[in-house]
Design a protein around this ligand. Structure first.
Ligand SMILES: *Cc1c(COP(=O)(O)O)cnc(C)c1O
Length: 236
């Protein structure tokens, strides 16, 4: 039990080494988001104290509780990433979360409209927005399903600049397949193509890619992912 902090730290170090080996796009190394949704706040603090600053959560009430704990203890370097399916009635609470850095899982126009409406909840802070694209076409996965919808979402976001900064695209690899690696590669490559087409159409440069989890992050890194989101491998 007493070795828990060093166990978490060594897993994070291992992933950081893989990032140095595989994970550089033209500009920068990928960022590790430690997905802490399975973990009590004490374990997140262990990771934070070893230098991990980016954490991902997928439920607003849990994120809020953990973020308030961090705030109360003045762990103020933390950057919270929201990665779960977001309901419109939770937007207000999410935007009030201290040290909220990015939302990776925006998946509908309706949600963007709600964000814009609630912008003042950010209280002068900025928030990065990534749009989730459903590359696996699995029903239980959220995300925009067509380029047309994605284009409308981007138009809405970029004509309403303000607190929200359109930062990039997120996807998840397929789970229901007998060749996980091949399917992950296909999903990630599709996201890369979508990113390129958007950069061209809207004259953006260097949109970010959020892709890769415990089971497929090495594939994502090799393809140039900017954010890998890893839970199980660090905290289980
Ligand atoms: C849970 C989750 C992860 C982390 O998955 P692991 O397989 O535990 O690494 C990454 N992204 C999203 C969107 C998640 O919900």
């Amino acid at each position: 039990m007493s070795d828990r902090p060093s166990e978490i730290t060594s897993r994070i170090n291992e992933i950081q080494k893989t990032i140095l080996k595989l994970g550089q796009d033209q500009l920068d190394f990928a960022q590790l988001i430690a997905v802490s949704k399975y973990s009590p706040v004490e374990e997140i603090v262990m990771a934070y104290e070893s230098g991990q600053l980016d954490f991902g959560e997928n439920r607003v009430p849990e994120l809020k509780e953990k973020a308030l704990y961090f705030l109360a203890h003045q762990y103020d370097q933390v950057r919270w990433h929201f990665i779960g399916h977001l309901q419109t009635n939770k937007v207000k609470d999410l935007l009030r979360v201290p040290n909220l850095y990015a939302i990776h899982s925006i998946d509908s126009i309706k949600l963007i409209e709600e964000l814009l409406k609630r912008e003042s909840e950010l209280d002068g802070k900025k928030c990065k927005i990534l749009l989730q694209y459903n590359t696996s076409k699995e029903d239980e996965k959220s995300g925009f399903e067509s380029l047309e919808e994605l284009h409308s979402a981007i138009e809405l976001l970029s004509t309403n600049k303000g607190a929200f900064d359109f930062h990039g695209l997120m996807t998840m690899g397929s789970i229901r397949t007998n060749d996980v690696e091949k399917e992950a590669r296909r999903c990630f490559k599709e996201l890369i193509e979508v990113k390129k087409s958007i950069e061209e159409k809207f004259q953006f440069s260097h949109l970010k890619l959020s892709m890769g989890m415990s089971g497929d992050y090495e594939i994502a890194l090799a393809l140039g992912s900017n954010y890998i989101r890893i839970g199980t491998m660090i905290f289980k």
